[in-house]
Ligand binder design. Sequence first.
Ligand SMILES: [Zn+2]
Length: 246
Amino acid sequence: MRHQPADPLLAIIECVSSPCIGRLAPSPTGLLHLGHAATFFTAFARAREHNGTLLLRNEDLDPQRSRPEFVSAMLEDLAWLGIAWQPPMLSQSTRLPAYRAALERLLTGGHIYPCTCTRRDLAQSLHAPHDDDEPIYNGHCRPTHPTSQTLTAANYRFRVPNGETIRFFDHNLGPQSFTAGMAHGSDFGDFLIWRRPPTSEPADIALLRDEHGVRLAKRHDALAIRTLRTAGLTPADVLARLTAAR
Ligand SMILES: [Zn+2]
């Protein structure tokens, strides 16, 4: 979505229903940094505020870049920050049969379709937006009518309700509305929900930027949590730094 944080999946907070459930969803492709800490502190506070549950999902679906040592480092850093979550940690790589079953249900219902567009195709799309937002898909592979097909080794996109406006209330930002579809001015289009293996998953993207405007998730480890810890900062120092950066 254009007007939302670049990676809403890094931490998901569902407090519209009871009980409130928050999810931390880091990828073990590097060390946690300040961007992660900002998102995770928020999710932790929201879950605690609503007497809810905070879960940890290890997004390790990228076999090329996911490393066990980053999982260990992630757990260690979360513990150091004082962010408690309810075990067990779910690793996505162990959940593929469940994901595939869900994908087949969506396909049977005509809610998704295979997309053969390459990254270059998408980059050249007329609907590619500015800066770092995910390009709005131009509908090249979208069937005119929803069709049920057999699952193939392809990427799959979710068919959003074209032209429909989605409204909800955001705890921090207030009432929000986003228009779905491929038309100019839409906020989000048909999005990828399945990448055929072993194409890589998108890298985790943080909300914070450094003093040069570079997203922290795109930086090296200078602001990794363990670097700050080694430098003698406390979790309270990290929280204060995040508050000052907002
Ligand atoms: Zn396509």
